[in-house]
Design a protein around this ligand. Structure first.
Ligand code: ATP
Ligand code: MG
Length: 587
């Protein structure tokens, strides 16, 4: 049996953690003191992009590499903080030259590459509200988001434009300007109604006076993943920069000489908060990989780029686990000192896989599009309890609560399951759901923001994810979190991935059913089916273990890598599938 806690020795930590998790450090924390690290703007103004880039470009880190961009064919280019500052200034000047003013909505539909960074940072400098989109979206989800967000400018590639936007363009009357970059160099004839980004950048000035945004000015519009229903547009402000800074420092433990890799897609909030902003705020070098997931490619990046801090997601880890340990063993991960994961519960099996195959355990952390940044985390200094999301970061007050019929809130004791709530405000708390003010208001009761996730806290203050409100199964009077059942199935050597749902049952209320995708080398059979049900019963007991199990070649995910249990349920029950705009690929 593996131990329930992964303790760490000072030698294993290699650097002094930024956060030591002591009661003294917690008591001493103040947002105000942390804000001292930021430069601010004259007259109390504040701009995310200035803090992320120009602050360093005007200081000692001006020549430090901000971005190391890897192309699909093995090439790379390095961009210093000074270069990123002047290039994003140029982009801001392009916007200004087009008459784009503060508050205008700029949508960025870009692969991982320099244009993505220029679009987001230059847009923020110009005071635009920037909204990144998934490149893999089809025309319909793009149209929905551009319409809801009233996008007036779009930055994208020529290929993506021709494939996805051209056909819907006339249904987007608010879209005034489309800026295109050509992956193969400046195109001689951009499509009608579009402008060539590179031509405009070539003549734009390198100096720019940053828009006088304040901590309350809208900055980013992020759509939620659509795991539980139609995606919501969460609006964030420039003041969120302080959460990004503090969480980059304490949850990701970024130190000045780190080489950092965030493998999240740019269309997902993680791709912005921790793919663009937080690493720049901490002045580190970010590796930006333009390629798609490929186990060998990823292991090579970790090794050859000497990645020291890696922020990834359970779905990616499960894909690497599926590829088998032999591939990993051909590589050397000597530089890797900290691995973190977000987006879904991280099964204990995956935490241990990190320890055993990569030489570092994986540190789970929890947050949402709405929270704007990491709220609960296993930090470097803390012992890990595999399966737990960790403890609230400094400056974050969490609680497990239950909502009464009359709308009142009761704070629950340790070990009780309830809704995970966070005390407001904190700098990156979202400011509204676009077009759904009432729904936004319903997220709050008094001082508390209610997350919609169920969890419990143990006596050591660690939080344990139980399930989303909608996914929790009620069977024979028991509350069953799918995560617990899925984690048990994942311990079986044949299982690559598992998803568990509740099916209406006259006797039990709901009956637990599991869907399983197998690792390569294993074949579905009646014997394996029975073996897996037996394994789960042994691990979980008859009440909690699945009563039924089906094999699938793969499980449905959102583009941000989350299991779409609601889709499995709808398919199982023959119900409408609902909004599938974020479904990764038909499965
Ligand atoms: P939607 O709100 O549209 O249904 P979504 O909630 O998946 O989609 P995101 O904001 O991208 O959209 O995801 C946040 C959610 O992801 C959290 O509320 C939680 O359910 C889940 N999540 C994130 N990190 C973790 C984690 N470490 N452990 C468990 N669940 C997590
Ligand atoms: Mg959500």
């Amino acid at each position: 049996m593996r131990p329930a806690i992964i303790e760490k020795t000072a030698a294993q930590l290699r650097v002094k953690p930024n956060w030591d998790d002591s009661p003294e450090a917690r008591a001493a924390f103040s947002w105000q003191a942390e804000a001292e690290a930021l430069a601010g703007q004259p007259g109390g103004a504040l701009n995310l992009a200035y803090e992320a880039v120009d602050r360093h470009a005007q200081g000692r880190r001006r020549r430090h590499v901000a971005l190391r961009i890897l192309d699909r064919n093995g090439g790379h280019c390095s961009i210093s903080y000074a270069q990123l500052s002047s290039l994003s200034n140029r982009f801001a000047n392009v916007l200004q030259g087009l008459g784009v003013g503060a508050g205008a909505r700029l949508f960025v539909l870009c692969e991982r590459g320099l244009e993505l960074y220029l679009g987001v940072l230059g847009g923020l400098k110009n005071g635009c509200v920037v909204s990144p989109l998934f490149c893999a979206f089809g025309p319909e989800p793009l149209e929905t988001r551009l319409r809801l967000g009233e996008g007036s400018i779009l930055l994208t590639s020529e290929t993506l434009y021709r494939r996805k936007i051209a056909a819907i363009r006339e249904r987007l009357p608010a879209l005034e300007h489309v800026l295109l970059y050509d992956e193969n160099g400046a195109s001689s004839t951009p499509p009608e109604g579009t402008l060539s980004l590179h031509k405009l950048l070539a003549t734009a000035a390198e100096d720019f006076s940053i828009a006088p945004t304040t901590a309350d000015s809208p900055a980013l519009l992020h759509f939620t993943s659509g795991t539980t229903g139609t995606p919501k547009g969460a609006l964030h402000v420039h003041g969120a920069v302080l959460t990004h800074y503090v969480s980059g420092k304490y949850a990701l433990d970024l130190h000045p000489n780190d080489i950092y890799w965030c493998s999240a897609d740019p269309g997902w909030v993680t791709g912005t908060s921790y793919g663009i902003i937080a690493p720049l705020l901490l002045g580190v070098t970010s590796v930006v990989d333009s390629g798609e997931f490929d186990a060998e490619r990823w292991y090579s990046i970790l090794e050859k780029e000497k990645i020291s801090v890696w922020y990834t997601a359970p779905t990616a880890i499960r894909m690497l686990m599926k590829a088998g340990p032999e591939l990993a063993h051909r590589h050397n991960f000597a530089h890797l000192r900290f691995i973190a994961s977000v987006g879904e519960p991280l099964n204990p099996e995956a935490v241990w896989w990190g320890q055993e195959v990569l030489g570092r355990p994986i540190h789970d952390n929890w947050w949402q599009t709405e929270t704007g940044g990491i709220m609960i985390a296993n930090t470097l200094a803390m012992p890990i309890k595999p399966g737990s999301m960790g403890k609230p970061l400094p400056g974050v007050e969490a609680a497990i609560v239950s909502r009464g019929e009359d709308g009142s809130l009761q704070l629950l004791a340790d070990e009780q399951v309830g809704e995970l709530a966070l005390k407001r405000p904190w700098p990156a708390l979202f400011r509204t759901y676009l077009g759904q003010e009432e729904r936004y208001r319903r997220c709050f009761v008094g001082d508390w923001y209610l997350s919609g996730d169920l969890a419990r806290r143990d006596a050591d203050g660690y939080y344990w994810f139980v399930g989303r409100d909608d996914d929790v199964i009620k069977s024979a009077g028991h509350l069953i979190g799918p995560f617990e059942v899925e984690s048990a199935l994942l311990e079986h050597p044949a299982v690559a991935e598992a998803a568990v749902i509740g099916i209406p049952d006259a006797l039990l209320g709901e009956r637990v059913k599991a869907f399983v995708a197998l690792k390569s080398g294993f074949v579905a059979s009646q014997a394996l089916h029975d073996e897996l049900l037996g394994h789960a019963r042994k691990r979980l007991g008859a009440t909690v273990a699945p009563k039924a199990l089906a094999f699938l070649p793969s499980l449905p995910h959102t583009r941000s890598g989350k299991l779409m249990r609601r889709l499995l349920k709808a398919r199982e029950l023959g119900l409408p599938e609902g909004d599938t705009s974020t479904l990764e690929s038909p499965s």
